[in-house]
Ligand binder design. Structure first.
Ligand code: GLP
Length: 260
C-alpha cells in the first residue's frame, strides 16, 4: 500500500519532498530524478532551489521528464523541455546533457518512444519519480484506457486534459492534440514513486487512484502495483480518502528509523 502523508499546504509538501531528494543527492550525487510538469510539482522545485542555495550540489544529478507535447515549435515557452529547463535544469545547475525530455518534434516522431526508452535503459532508470495526477486520473499523459504495461509512445490527449491545460496557452486551439509520454509500465519501473496532489479539484481522482479498483479506466491506480509509493497531499486533496484517519494514525506512529 502507498504511504499517504497529508500536510497543511503545497508549500509544506514541497519542502518535505525536496528535503528527502536533497538528502538522497547528498548521499549519492549521481541520483536520477524523474521530473513531472504541470503546476503540482512547482512547490517541490521551489524548495529544491532553496536546498541548492543552502548548499546541496545538484550538478551531477540526472533528470528524465515524463512527457512532452507533440509538434510545438522548438523552444516554445510551454513545451515541457522549456518548463523543465526553466524550473529545474537552470536554477539547480544541472548539466543540460543529463536532462532528458521525450522528443516531441514531428520529424522522427514515429521513433520518439523507443528512443526515449533506450535512453532510460542505457542510463539505468529513475531513482525517484515525481508524479502529479490529472483530473482524468492520468499519470504523465496516460489517459484512461492506457495499458499498465505501456512504454513511452505517442498518445492522444482527452478533451478534458486539453481544456485543463489551455490555461498555459493563448487558446484551446493552441493546445496540441498529441503527446509523447512515458507509459504506465515505464513509470512503474522507477524505484520510488512520489505522487503529489493539491486542492479539492484533485480529491476524487486521488482517492480513486489510491483506494479505488485497479483499472485501466483510472491510470493513477497503477501506483497500487508498485512496491514503494509515497503520496504527499494537502487536506483538500485528501478529502475523499476513505482511510485518511488510518493514514494519520500510521504517520503518528511511524517508527523513527523509517524514511519515506
Ligand atoms: C499535466 C501533465 C501531468 C500532470 C497533470 C496535472 O498535463 N502531463 O504530468 O501531472 O497534467 O497537471 P497539474 O499539476 O497542472 O494539475
Amino acid at each position: 500500500m502507498a504511504e499517504v502523508i497529508v500536510l497543511d499546504s503545497p508549500e509544506d509538501a514541497g519542502r518535505f519532498v525536496a528535503a528527502h531528494i536533497a538528502a538522497q543527492v547528498r548521499r549519492e550525487p549521481t541520483f536520477t530524478l524523474g521530473v513531472a510538469t504541470g503546476s503540482t510539482p512547482l512547490p517541490v522545485y521551489e524548495a529544491l532551489r532553496a536546498e541548492s542555495a543552502a548548499g546541496t550540489d545538484f550538478s551531477r544529478m540526472t533528470a528524465f521528464a515524463l512527457d512532452e507535447y507533440v509538434g510545438l515549435p522548438a523552444g516554445h515557452v510551454e513545451s515541457y523541455r522549456s518548463v523543465v529547463d526553466r524550473e529545474v535544469t537552470e536554477p539547480l545547475g544541472l548539466d543540460a546533457a543529463r536532462v532528458h525530455v521525450p522528443d516531441g518534434s514531428l520529424d522522427g516522431i514515429e521513433t520518439a518512444g523507443e528512443r526515449y526508452e533506450a535512453a532510460l535503459d542505457a542510463h539505468g532508470g529513475v531513482d525517484l519519480q515525481l508524479l502529479g495526477i490529472g483530473r482524468t486520473g492520468h499519470l504523465g499523459f496516460n489517459e484512461p484506457g492506457s495499458s499498465f504495461g505501456s512504454l513511452t509512445r505517442v498518445k492522444t490527449l482527452t478533451e478534458r486534459t486539453r481544456i485543463d491545460n489551455a490555461r498555459f496557452f493563448d487558446s484551446l486551439d493552441d493546445v496540441p492534440i498529441h503527446c509523447v509520454t512515458q507509459g504506465l509500465g515505464t513509470i512503474l519501473r522507477a524505484r520510488h514513486l512520489v505522487l503529489l496532489a493539491f486542492g479539492a479539484g484533485k480529491a476524487e481522482a486521488l482517492a480513486a487512484a489510491v483506494e479505488g479498483p485497479v483499472s485501466a479506466s483510472m491510470p493513477g491506480s497503477a501506483i497500487q502495483l508498485h512496491q514503494r509509493v509515497t503520496v504527499v497531499i494537502d487536506r483538500e486533496a485528501a478529502a475523499s480518502l476513505e482511510y485518511r484517519d488510518y493514514y494519520r494514525w500510521a504517520q503518528d506512529h511511524k517508527p523513527q528509523w523509517q524514511g519515506i
